[in-house]
Design a protein around this ligand. Structure first.
Ligand code: CMC
Length: 430
């Protein structure tokens, strides 16, 4: 990382601010000393121009539509890699050797069961509870079961907590699904690979044998790779901020899941499918495009637009291909939702409003159609996102904990409330 400097002049006072340059991507102006030197803060709601940390994990070029995990293009990882290999890469910075991969897969597999008392947490929920509500609660509750991996100053305990969360997330996600549909929990089967095991835990029933479909398993594994990390997005920043206070890793990941749930973030896959269902037929698309463009209508095209991508989201391209593979495998020749999606995309991409604002389909536009075809209810979509993103959250959390310059995250504010005033008793208030 090289550095130069810039000068900021406020009234008649000038201060030198270092410019730090990364490996690729925009440089940053280091304003960490600005308050001390000028008594002023910077103002950037939504952090559109603010880098909150240095990171070596993920790089996005939003203008070019590029996404790299530890330098590797997402297209190559999705085509040739598998999800656990991607987890290893995100956590340790390099692709594993065959021996490292075998050892990592073994370690994750040996942590897939959850404490049996966790079962009772589920029965405390209503059957119609949103599975994301269950996930927030159960992942947070892991801190109450695994006391031997909550000391964040111990690298071994951090590693064990990381393995536990990557391994147990599919088990908890499948339990949330089973509870929702009123079927018995299915325990993990360690002979199966990570994603096949998850499919089995979701869709097997005790009454008959369940055979994992390798095409669907591979497709879901690829979907997990696509969701594994996305640099400093809202949920990752939430995990980092929670972790900056020294909170235990299970609590931090629960905070990330809560943030992911929102429709502007991970909840968009559920919202996108609901939107496609609501549109129903291609002839109604113009009506919805008009709504999306209407300043007085809060409606947005879900699965469209992105804070960073001002070009086609590279994950959306791979997702679109995966959608076709899954529908072919399942023999679904005509999916009305896919028809609506394809036409909606075509119309929006040619529309001046979307062109001018650089709004392109994001990963969530096609993921819902794929997951629905696999048999997941819409309420599970964001849970699958959380399952896959867990490794990204953990890698980013670990990077932060291991950074010697790490301090508690504490943004400042521009106060616009009442100036100081004196308390008046109820009797004196007019
Ligand atoms: N439909 C219609 N108009 C839109 C849309 C959309 N989906 N997205 C942005 N715009 C307009 C917006 O109204 C604004 O217009 P104007 O400048 O006239 O006020 C302009 O584009 C910029 O939007 P913004 O809200 O300032 O942009 P942002 O960077 O704050 O928001 C976003 C990014 C993803 C929250 C937003 O594009 C959105 O709400 N999209 C729909 C939800 C969605 O698909 N989210 C999934 C994101 S990808 C998965 C993930 O990483 O979680």
């Amino acid at each position: 990382m090289s550095s130069s400097s810039s000068t900021l002049t406020v009234d008649d006072k000038s201060v030198d601010l270092a410019i730090k340059t990364g490996v690729i991507g925009p440089s940053v102006v280091d304003i960490s000393k600005l308050y001390g030197q000028t008594g002023m803060f910077t103002y950037d709601p939504g952090f559109t121009s603010t880098a909150s940390c240095e990171s070596k994990i993920t790089y996005i070029d939003g203008d070019e539509g590029v996404l790299l995990y530890r330098g590797y293009p997402i297209e190559q990882l999705a085509e040739h890699g598998d999800f656990l290999e991607t987890c290893y890469l995100l956590l340790y910075g390099e692709l594993p050797t065959a021996a490292q991969k075998a050892d990592f897969d073994y370690r994750v597999t040996r942590h897939t069961m959850v404490h049996d008392q966790m079962n009772r947490f589920f029965t405390g929920f209503r059957r119609d509870a949103h599975p994301m509500a269950i996930m927030v609660a159960c992942v947070g509750a892991l801190s109450a079961f695994y006391h031997d991996s909550t000391d964040i100053s111990d690298p071994h305990q951090r590693m064990v907590a990381s393995m536990r969360m990557i391994a147990k997330m599919p088990t908890l996600a499948a339990m949330a699904y089973k509870y929702h549909v009123g079927q018995p929990f299915v325990y993990p089967q360690n002979e199966l690979d990570y994603t096949s095991n998850f499919l089995r835990m979701c869709f097997a029933v005790p009454a008959e044998e369940y055979k994992v479909n390798p095409v669907l398993s591979r497709a879901l594994d690829r979907i997990f790779i696509l969701h594994a990390d996305h640099e400093q997005n809202a949920s990752t920043s939430t995990v980092r901020l929670a972790g900056s206070s020294g909170a235990n890793p299970f609590a931090c990941i629960a905070a990330g899941i809560a943030c992911l749930w929102g429709p502007a973030h991970g909840g968009a896959n559920e919202a996108a499918l609901k939107m496609l269902e609501e549109i129903g037929t291609p002839d109604r698309i113009p009506e919805y495009i008009a709504k999306a463009k209407d300043k007085n209508d809060p409606f947005r095209l879900m699965g469209f637009g992105h804070r960073v991508y001002k070009n086609y989201d590279p994950r959306a391209r791979i997702m679109q291909k995966t959608t076709h593979e899954v529908l072919n495998e399942l023999g679904i020749k005509d999916d009305p939702l896919l028809d609506v999606a394809v036409e909606l995309e075509q119309i929006a991409l040619k529309d001046e409003y979307f062109i001018e604002k650089k709004l392109y389909p994001n990963i969530d536009f096609y993921s819902g159609i794929t997951l629905k075809a696999m048999g997941f209810p819409t309420s599970m979509f964001t849970v699958l996102f959380a399952l896959a993103r867990t490794v990204g959250w953990i890698a980013q959390w670990s990077e932060m904990i291991e950074d010697p310059s790490q301090r508690i995250g504490r943004p400042r504010q521009l106060y616009v409330g009442s100036p100081k005033r004196d308390y008046v008793t109820v009797a004196q208030r007019g």
